[in-house]
Design a binder for this molecule. Structure first.
Ligand SMILES: CC(C)(COP(=O)(O)OP(=O)(O)OC[C@H]1O[C@@H](n2cnc3c(N)ncnc32)[C@H](O)[C@@H]1OP(=O)(O)O)[C@@H](O)C(=O)NCCC(=O)NCCS
Length: 197
């Protein structure tokens, strides 16, 4: 079970608690996702395109808890759900060593180090669970996120041109970035392969 137990950090806004999402978080989760989608145009969905209901959200969280290869983290500041990170592993055997993540924090909580702590928590779990490559896609206009990813050791892999067509009829490019598990070289040990089975 891909469960990440609670970790407590001090941050500029109070006590930050990071752990795997649980089905009882579903209602707050729906609110968080809808609010963040409306606050920023840097995520994949346009406002209103997130259409899960409460039961579906609770089931989604439950499925993540049961999955061995995916994680869904919550970040709470003084008990309030402020951000989330979801990591999804490749399912085909040739892509099993890697996965992609998405990250979002409510605007009121930006700049308090929540994004950074969520990524650190993902790294710790990923490195202990045989994930060799962590990928992400980011809008090239999202300088705040790109700066965070560079700080955390992600390197640039390439661009997807005219990747997003915005509601304003503007095209946006996407930057692909990746972080490689520091404990593996290009010639991968059997241990790494076994760990992902
Ligand atoms: C991008 C996002 C996740 C960052 O979360 P956050 O909790 O504010 O990030 P942190 O407080 O951990 O910031 C850490 C780093 O971000 C960068 N950063 C913070 N504020 C910044 C700013 N105003 N301009 C540029 N970079 C900035 C810095 O590298 C900072 O590191 P430092 O504090 O050591 O200098 C958040 O702004 C967000 O959710 N945005 C909307 C959704 C989104 O864009 N998600 C990413 C999609 S790929």
């Amino acid at each position: 079970m891909a469960y990440v137990g609670k970790k407590i950090f001090a941050c500029s806004m109070g006590t930050l608690a990071i752990q795997s999402a649980e089905p009882r978080d579903a209602e707050e989760f729906l609110f968080l996702v809808q609010k963040i989608d409306a606050e920023t145009d840097f995520l994949v969905r346009a406002p209103g395109e997130f259409r899960m209901n409460l039961n579906e959200e609770a089931q989604f969280i439950e499925d993540k808890l049961r999955s061995k290869k995916d994680i869904l983290l919550t970040a709470r500041v003084n008990g309030v759900l402020a951000g989330t990170l979801g990591f999804v592993a490749g399912t085909l055997s040739r892509y099993n060593h890697k996965g992609e993540f998405g990250l979002s924090v409510l605007k009121d909580f930006w700049g308090a180090g929540i994004g950074k702590r969520l990524i650190e928590t993902m790294f710790e779990w990923a490195d202990a669970n045989g994930v060799i490559k962590i990928c992400l896609e980011v809008d090239t206009c999202n300088s705040r996120a790109i700066s965070l990813y560079r700080t955390m050791g992600f390197v640039e892999e390439g661009y997807l041109r005219m990747d997003r067509l915005m509601e304003t009829h503007e095209f946006r490019d996407t930057l692909l970035m990746a972080r490689f598990n520091p404990f593996y070289s290009r010639s991968i040990s059997n241990y790494a392969l076994q760990a992902r089975k």
